[in-house]
Design a protein around this ligand. Structure first.
Ligand code: PXL
Length: 289
């Protein structure tokens, strides 16, 4: 309905390995809603528990690494996974467990959202975890989706603040091993458009949308990266998947205006279209005497 027509008959399976946000705006909760909206079957392994709401993260608790392994083996042993989205991992042990499982099962279409800290500034990956992410996970990625702050954290440098600096950061991140780098531009204040910059090791593609009127969003990065994974699972190229995912995120941001889900940063509304579909549903009801 939203993206290109997906009419190959089989519903792809996509796995999210990410943190849980009980208030529903980010992490696994955002990922599963995105998967449902984009017509893939969603699986979810919990790598980090958080206690948070739209105002911020109050506490975090990483999943024991061997239990992450147990979850991933359970899924991969049974479900043919077409794409994987990786989100908040907490620490280096969990990063290692995820990298080992992706390698063991030959996972394809791995999208790594290198989550380092929450919008509100709470660490969601510790310092050793950042090192492990660079060493072990980035080389397995079809695409990584850092925002400016995350690009800076991975490179142990200042966050890119202009489009030119974003290009330099993309080159440096590409050297760490991912097949593509997408630096999201929501936090780069350099012009009227919001520019996501895609680099494949040779060419740069700028994906542009008018800067949204909404400034304080919760879960936009999670939604974008899981949408990219869903579109890769549907068979799109990486460049097409990134473009379609960006279009989808804009729709989910527009729909978020109707939400009243907390008083802090506004979550996206990944599934708003379903409501409109009720008008054309063939289901009816009747009251029994
Ligand atoms: O938006 C980054 C992010 C990812 N994953 C989880 C989060 C957050 C931000 O709060 O809570 C679980």
């Amino acid at each position: 309905v939203i993206g290109p027509r997906m009419d190959h008959g089989r519903v792809p399976n996509v796995l999210s390995v990410a943190g849980s946000d009980p208030s529903g705006g980010a992490g696994l909760q955002a990922d599963l809603k995105t998967f449902a909206a984009l017509e893939v079957f969603g699986c979810a392994a919990v790598s980090l528990l958080t206690a948070q709401n739209t105002h911020g993260v109050r506490a975090t608790l990483p999943t024991p690494a061997d239990f992450v392994t147990e979850q991933l083996r359970s899924v991969f042993d049974d479900v043919p996974i077409d794409a994987v989205k990786i989100g908040a991992l907490g620490n280096a042990d969990v990063v290692g467990a995820v990298a080992d499982a992706l390698t063991e099962f030959g996972a394809r279409n791995v999208v790594v959202d290198p989550v380092v800290c929450s919008t509100s500034g709470r660490a969601l990956l510790d310092a050793d975890g950042i090192t492990a992410l660079c060493d072990r996970l980035l080389p397995l990625a079809a695409v990584i989706t850092p925002n400016a702050a995350e690009a800076g954290a991975l490179l142990r440098a200042a966050a890119p603040a202009t489009r030119d600096e974003a290009r330099d950061a993309a080159r440096a991140l590409y050297a760490l091993g991912p097949a593509h780098v997408l630096i999201t531009g929501g936090h780069i204040d350099d012009g009227d458009d919001c520019v996501d910059l895609l680099f494949d090791g040779r060419d740069f593609i700028e994906l542009l949308v008018p800067r949204s009127a909404v400034t304080l969003l919760h879960g936009a990065g999670c939604t974008l990266s899981s949408a990219i994974a869903a579109f890769l699972a549907h068979g799109l190229s990486t460049a097409e998947a990134c473009r379609e995912a960006q279009r989808y995120v804009v729709i989910a941001i527009e729909r978020s205006a109707a939400l009243s889900a907390g008083g802090g940063a506004r979550p996206l509304h990944q599934l708003g279209e379903l409501w409109e579909h009720r008008a054309s549903s063939t289901a009816t009801s009747r009251v029994l005497a």
